[in-house]
Design a protein around this ligand. Structure first.
Ligand code: KIV
Length: 294
């Protein structure tokens, strides 16, 4: 038996791929925004598994292994209990399943806030053990020195400002941010600080639309919005939200499918076929060939 592998020389990947694909790079994403304008918006979705990464990869510029996996995959109530081990396992799966997109892995709560050194330990482990290109961390001015520390040591960082879900206990919920002038000014200062510290992109989550538009106009690096503004340089959604896997649909989510309903129909039809013994059918069985005569 011979198996032909196509070696993807851009990644040394010995998986069969239809044709070698060159992975986008952090500088190419950063360079999408030129003189304050982004001609081609950055397309980002979350992904947590290799198969989903394969399906999303051709359509995306960036795949985010978000700590939202705590809720989406593991049924946790917040992201606060997500561990670095979980992020590493899912990050590696998404890198294995993707060829083109820049893969970014979230640093979970408690793995980077204490000091720049702690952040470097966590981030370097994530890069080493997953093969991803960058990490994302939540926070603004307070985390700017940490972002500078990582970037100066070769770790590309996406920052995350506005509604920062890891701070849910401090914020008291997931309501949109930047309603008051003081809060809006703080979020603007956060965005400026993380961009000045060297983040190559800034996720802006759950803020008043004019604020996200204003920040996007002020930063030289790309902004990626979620519940933010169409003026952002790119958009990100949690893939399961976008596919219609959950009944609850936050205001900022558009469902591009109704996958939960389709899974329900498929599961009901499988259950019916098992119960009425129409599955498995003859075509789904291994039937011994009749012994050759003689
Ligand atoms: O964890 C996540 O999925 C995220 C996105 C919502 C931006 O941080």
């Amino acid at each position: 038996m011979s198996t032909t592998f196509t070696l993807d020389t851009s990644t040394s990947r010995a998986h069969p791929v239809p044709e070698p694909v060159r992975r986008l790079t952090v500088p190419s994403i950063r360079g999408r925004k030129k003189n304050g304008e982004t001609a081609e918006p950055i397309v980002m979705l979350t992904a947590y598994t290799a198969r989903m990464a394969q399906l999303l990869d051709p359509h995306c510029d960036m795949l985010l292994v978000g700590d939202s996996l705590g809720q989406v995959i593991y049924g946790l109530d917040t992201t606060v209990r997500v561990t670095l081990d979980l992020m590493v396992a899912h990050g590696a799966a998404v890198v294995r399943g993707s060829y083109r997109s820049v893969v970014v892995v979230d640093l979970p709560f408690g793995t980077y806030e204490a000091s720049p050194e702690q952040a470097f330990e966590s981030a370097s482990r994530v890069l080493r053990e997953t093969g991803c290109a960058a990490v994302k961390l939540e926070g603004g001015e307070v985390l700017a020195p940490t972002i500078a520390f990582l970037v100066q040591r070769g770790i590309p960082v996406v920052a995350h400002v506005g509604l920062t879900p890891q701070a849910v206990n401090a914020l008291g919920g997931y309501g949109a941010r930047g309603r008051s002038e003081a809060e809006a000014a703080k979020i603007r200062a956060d965005a400026r600080a993380v961009a000045d510290a060297g983040a190559f992109a800034v996720v802006i989550e759950g803020v008043m639309e004019p604020l996200a538009r204003q920040i996007t106009g002020e930063l030289s690096c790309p902004t990626i919005g979620i519940g933010a503004s169409p003026a952002c340089d790119g958009q990100v959604l949690v893939v399961d939200d976008m596919l219609g896997m959950f009944e609850r649909v936050p205001r900022f989510v558009r469902r591009f499918d109704d996958l939960a309903a389709r899974i329900d129909t498929a599961a009901a039809s499988y259950a019916g076929a098992v119960r009425d013994r129409s599955f498995p059918g003859e075509a789904e069985l291994y039937i011994p060939k009749a012994k050759a005569a003689g």
